[in-house]
Write a protein that binds this ligand. Structure first.
Ligand code: SF4
Length: 274
């Protein structure tokens, strides 16, 4: 994971200020990935961290923090190239928002692919309901998410959609019905995240004041819900992530008490049964 030193239009004022109500960027960067370090240094630290896990490991440079396509093209090109300069990096994965993609960014990624690297986009859609997107201050619409997915597909760039499970005002049925929407779209993979209420965020205040507007799921409820969701999903869509884990000292809820790998294990047991 890399922090390319980018910002986000939902924080710098282009779209909004203050960001999404659930966002606490410190919660998703590992220690080796800090913006004061150069990309080269982050890669070396990341390789050191994973060293010995697998024999002859190769890496995809994952620009994860903030909106990693939100900068002038020459800046993007320079930062992506800095990552690709490492001999063990075989491609790029770029995380961004639906309103930060256009033909010029995708053409840049295609030109990188033509140099022999793998490229992929991780797209934070989070919900396909406009009422939810507006409530959590995402600053984009569901139509923009759909257009961005289709645009990536038109460049044959695989898209991994991020979807947040348990956003306020969404019922279990609402969540499941999003599988039907995703099934109509050229989505390659999905990363599912339970909404994590993190201390100090705007959503933590909302959750404290109106807890009944949030799904209150246990580890078992969540596993059941995701298993049902996956059963409803098109069979060629890969699931790259079933749950996430923020540092415990930041996490107010839900506190599953198990690692994401255990959540995944339980979901797979339920899927086999279903
Ligand atoms: S778009 Fe991403 S980085 Fe920007 S405020 Fe929302 S979650 Fe945070």
């Amino acid at each position: 994971m890399l922090d390319g030193g980018f910002t986000c239009p939902n924080r710098d004022g282009r779209v909004g200020r203050g960001g999404c109500t659930f966002c606490l960027c410190e919660s998703f960067n590992p220690n080796y990935c800090r913006r004061h370090k150069s990309i080269r240094d982050q890669i070396l630290a990341g390789k050191e961290f994973f060293k010995g896990k697998y024999h002859n490991m190769k890496y995809l440079a994952y620009f994860q923090a903030y909106s990693s396509t939100y900068a002038p093209l020459d800046v993007l090109s320079e930062r992506y190239d800095e990552a690709l300069a490492d001999e063990d990096v075989v491609g790029l994965v770029v995380a961004t928002r639906p309103d930060c993609l256009d033909d010029s960014v995708l053409s840049l990624l295609v030109s990188i692919r033509e140099r022999g690297y793998s490229v992929g986009i991780e797209l934070g859609c989070e919900s396909f309901y406009d009422r939810t997107l507006s409530r959590v201050n995402r600053g984009h619409t569901s139509a923009e998410s759909i257009a961005a997915i289709k645009l990536c597909h038109s460049y044959s760039i695989p898209v991994t959609v991020h979807l947040m499970i348990g956003l306020p005002g969404e019922s279990r049925d609402d969540i499941l019905a999003q599988a039907d929407i995703i099934n109509t779209l050229p989505v390659s993979s999905l990363k599912l995240h339970q909404l994590q209420i993190l201390s100090g965020t705007a959503i933590a205040k909302e959750w404290t004041e109106r807890p009944d507007e949030f799904l209150d799921f246990t580890f078992e409820d969540y596993a059941e819900l995701i298993a049902d969701f996956v059963c409803r999903l098109r069979s060629d869509i890969r699931i790259e992530r079933y749950a996430s884990s923020a540092p415990m000292d930041m996490l107010l809820a839900p506190r599953f008490g198990v690692k994401p790998s255990m959540v995944e294990k339980r979901i797979k047991v339920l899927l086999a049964r279903k």
